[in-house]
Every structure is written in C-alpha cells, then in structure tokens.
Write a protein that binds this ligand. Structure first.
Ligand SMILES: NC(=O)c1ccc[n+]([C@@H]2O[C@H](COP(=O)([O-])OP(=O)(O)OC[C@H]3O[C@@H](n4cnc5c(N)ncnc54)[C@H](O)[C@@H]3O)[C@@H](O)[C@H]2O)c1
Length: 258
C-alpha cells in the first residue's frame, strides 16, 4: 500500500508510461495522495488495469491512449487534460523503451524508435504541457533519465544517448522556465525490477540471473522495487522540493558513486 505523506488533492498529474513498471508505481503513489491522475500510454489494456487498481485507493485515473512519439497526439493529450481538469500541475515522463545492442546491431528503425519515444516524445509532451503551465505560472515536471544518461554502458548505444539527452532536456527546460514558476527535474534510476529490465534479452532472466546482475554491478546488491523510485518522483513533484530545479537525482543504490 503506497504511503500517504504529501497530499496532492485537487492537483492534476499526467503520467506517461503509467501502464507498467515505474510509471504504474508512480500512478499508485499519486493516487494514494489524492491526486487526479491521467495515464498516457500506448498500452491501453495495461493502463486500464492500473487505473482499476488505483480506484481502490483514490480517484480512478483517466486513460489517454496513444503514442507519445506523435507530436500531434501529445498536443491533443495536454489540451484534453486542461479541458477536463483545468490545469496540468505535474507532468511525469516515465514512458520509455530500450534497444539492447551496440551501434552495429542498431539499424535506422531501432535508432529512430528509441529516440522517438525516449527523447522526441518526452520533448513533445513537455512542450505541450509547458504551454499551459507557463500560462498558469506554476507546474512541476519530472523526467525519467537513467544512470546510463550520465555514465556509459556497453551494449545499449541508442538508449544511453537518449537518456543523456533527457538529462540535458531537463536542465535546459529548467533554466528556460525558472522565472515562470515551473520546476523541471529528473530521476536517474539504477537497475529497477520492471518488465523493461527483462525485455529484449536473448533469454528471459531468472531470479537467480537478476541476483547475479545485482551482485556484480550494484553496491547494495539488490534491484530497486519500482515504488522506491516512485517515492522520489513524488518528492520532486511536491512543494517539499521547492528549491530544486534542473537536478538529476540518482536513485541507484550507489551505482554512480564509484
Ligand atoms: N527498469 C530500469 O531498470 C530502468 C532504469 C533506468 C531508467 N529507466 C527508465 O524508466 C522509465 C520507466 O521504465 P520501466 O522500467 O518502468 O519500463 P516499462 O517497460 O515497465 O514501462 C514503460 C511504459 O512506457 C510505455 N510506452 C512505451 N512506448 C510508448 C509510447 N511510444 N507512447 C506511450 N507510452 C509508451 C509502455 O507501454 C510501458 O507502459 C523509462 O523511461 C526507462 O527508460 C528504467
């Protein structure tokens, strides 16, 4: 059960990628704190499943089904939220995808897919939300970066590049809109136990494989639970983080401390 610390009653929170993993955990955390959540995801069934779960702890999130790499969809989605809920108080960009290959194993379509979702889509939705946030003179955006946006990793070229771009998008938007009362931050998670962690591998990893990965790469020697990242997202979106903008907050059990 998500804890119910800082309250978001009467605030509208848009969460991309809310159908799965950390986006879903974030949707649950905000719902438990009284927020009016809107899940934006290409996976309609998954988004509705998460919305149904959330209904038992708060206001059932609405679902906007679509592909964030489509600029027109992002504009329509942001406009629809404001039409229905008057404002976008918080935008969380959690939607993402990965291609596990080096440059030689990355064809043009693989490259475009990763960039299209992880950076184009995030930019489109930030811009669409910012049109409303700047008019309102307030708002908070939390982007999902990655440890691999700051340090390199072998075997995921496009993903590393896209997450580095997320970190720079976060800093640039923070500076562009600081005088309009809008804060823009990012979380940079380490290895988190979500469907993405097991996806696009030759064999689905067993629990023993995942523990081996954790033992080899993570100082705390365990994967994160998605909720452990969602709680940091909620903090960054809340007034408790009122003096933070343009920050990339690593939530990685010491991975990048080395
Ligand atoms: N899992 C990890 O270890 C890890 C580590 C660091 C950063 N991240 C990042 O955290 C974020 C969440 O990852 P996760 O592990 O929860 O992933 P996940 O695969 O569990 O969830 C990703 C969600 O994004 C949605 N999505 C994908 N493409 C979309 C599109 N074009 N339009 C709309 N929705 C789309 C999917 O349907 C899914 O619901 C991602 O940005 C990811 O890159 C993940």
């Amino acid at each position: 059960m998500p804890d119910t610390g800082t309250q978001f009653t009467d605030r509208s929170v848009v969460i991309t990628g809310g159908a799965s993993g950390m986006g879903a955990a974030t949707a649950r955390e905000f719902t438990a704190r009284g927020a009016t959540v809107v899940i934006v995801d290409v996976n309609t069934d998954g988004a509705n499943r998460v919305a149904d779960e959330c209904a038992s702890i708060g206001i059932r999130p609405t679902v906007l089904s679509g592909d964030i790499s489509d600029s027109a969809f992002c504009t329509q989605a942001a406009d629809a939220v404001v039409e229905q809920h008057d404002s976008i108080d918080v935008l969380v960009n959690a939607a993402g995808t990965i291609h596990r290959a080096d440059s030689l194993g990355t064809n043009d379509d693989d490259w475009r897919r990763v960039m299209g979702v992880n950076i184009d889509g995030m930019f489109y939705l930030c811009r669409a939300a910012l049109r409303h946030m700047t008019a309102a003179g307030s708002g908070a955006i939390v982007n999902f970066g990655s440890i691999w946006g700051g340090v390199g990793s072998a075997g995921s070229t496009a993903y590393c590049v896209s997450k580095g771009a997320v970190h720079q998008l976060t800093r640039a938007l923070a500076l562009d809109h600081v005088e309009q009362g809008i804060r823009v931050n990012a979380v940079a998670p380490g290895e988190v136990n979500t469907p993405m962690l097991s996806s696009q591998r030759q064999h689905a990893p067993t629990p023993a494989d995942l523990q081996e990965l954790a033992d080899a790469t993570i100082p705390m020697k365990r994967l994160a639970d998605p909720t452990e990242i969602a709680k940091v997202v909620v903090f960054l979106a809340s007034d408790d983080a009122s003096y933070m903008t343009g920050e990339i907050v690593h939530v990685d059990a010491g991975y990048t401390a080395r």
